[in-house]
Design a protein around this ligand. Structure first.
Ligand code: NDP
Length: 293
């Protein structure tokens, strides 16, 4: 397959590296051109001048952008007219289910296929090719692009029609947000009670309150005070807002998840665009007047 990869950010770049290891024909594009050029040199692939140049003649066009809005803007800016009938756009952005359905319909009118394929597993999962990929689209289109998805994904699940992948991803990520926040509040109490966070996590991780946050995120990032910027809080805020809006639209009573989305917005505003998602606990620490870890 000839693959174009658009969006070489924190997770897009390691995903593109995995694609390059498997597919002979890869073109990369990034808004900040220097990043595309550096990766293209490293991988010995072509750095395209524009998204349209990358996509022309490609059978699969992978996008990994902040939100669905950026994909819409790229399509409007010339990408759509460069896509050839029979090509498939695979959107690995964590996007909006509603916007995704509109994008897929727009592409279908030109004979271009679409799969929403957001991922989970973080930057390390992308580096190791162990991401979980949740796919929305026709089964036959998902099957066509599965070999490319397998270059960075270990668990690839067709979850439903177009938009369903984005919906599953939004729910997954609002759960991540709730886990980070609730664990932060609980550990703040335990810090006040004189229980070190490392001791509390040792117990919780052998008990029923454990989560990916308690097992994999807090030991290094909160106890160790190393906050590597692998997944921006701004992006988790966006995902939580997507899930909260979908819950409201579907009239599913969701007081805890609505509040979770509000807390993510508050933490994002307080800590800025570059903070990592786990740094949200710094807001809890400030409110509680304790340092966890
Ligand atoms: P980053 O913020 O690291 O990178 C964003 C990418 O989008 C960069 O390539 C950036 O280009 C590009 N971009 C930003 N704005 C525009 C624009 N207006 N037009 C074109 N390109 C633009 O994000 P991540 O790589 O972390 O995330 C990408 C997607 O993957 C998001 O939807 C995120 O929620 C999701 N995701 C991220 C995970 C992670 O662990 N990081 C895990 C799972 C999903 P430039 O280099 O010019 O800034």
């Amino acid at each position: 397959m000839t693959v174009a990869f658009l969006g070489l950010g924190a997770i897009g770049a390691p995903m593109a590296r995995r694609v390059a290891a498997r597919e002979r024909e890869l073109r990369v594009w990034n808004r900040t051109r220097a990043r595309a050029e550096a990766l293209a040199r490293e991988l010995d692939v072509h750095a395209a001048d524009t998204p349209a140049d990358a996509a022309r003649g490609a059978t699969v066009v992978i996008t990994c952008l902040p939100t669905s809005n950026e994909l819409q803007a790229l399509l409007d800016g010339g990408l759509e007219s460069a896509l050839e009938p029979g090509a498939v756009v695979v959107d690995c952005t964590s996007g909006s289910p509603e916007a995704t359905r509109a994008i897929a319909a727009r592409l279908a009118a030109r004979g271009v296929g679409f799969v929403d394929a957001p991922v989970s597993g973080g930057v390390s999962g992308a580096e190791q090719g162990t991401l979980t990929v949740m796919c929305g689209g026709d089964a036959s289109t998902v099957d066509r692009v599965r070999p490319v998805l397998e270059s960075f994904g270990r668990k690839i699940v067709h979850v439903g029609p177009v938009g369903a992948g984005m919906a599953v991803k939004a729910v997954n990520n609002i759960l991540l947000a709730a886990h980070v926040w609730t664990l932060g509040e609980g550990l703040a109490l335990l810090a006040r009670s004189g229980v070190p966070a490392s001791t509390a996590l040792d117990v919780i991780n052998a008990s029923s309150g454990r989560s990916n946050s308690s097992q994999n995120l807090f030991p290094e990032r909160v106890v160790g005070r190393a906050f590597p910027r692998t997944f921006r809080l701004a992006l988790l805020d966006k995902d939580a807002a997507t899930a909260a809006a979908a819950l409201r639209d579907a009239r599913v009573p969701s007081p805890l998840l609505q509040l979770t989305a509000e807390l993510m917005r508050l933490a994002h505003v307080a800590l800025g665009e570059e903070a990592d998602h786990v740094e949200a606990v710094k807001v809890i620490e400030e409110w509680a007047g304790v340092r966890i870890g």
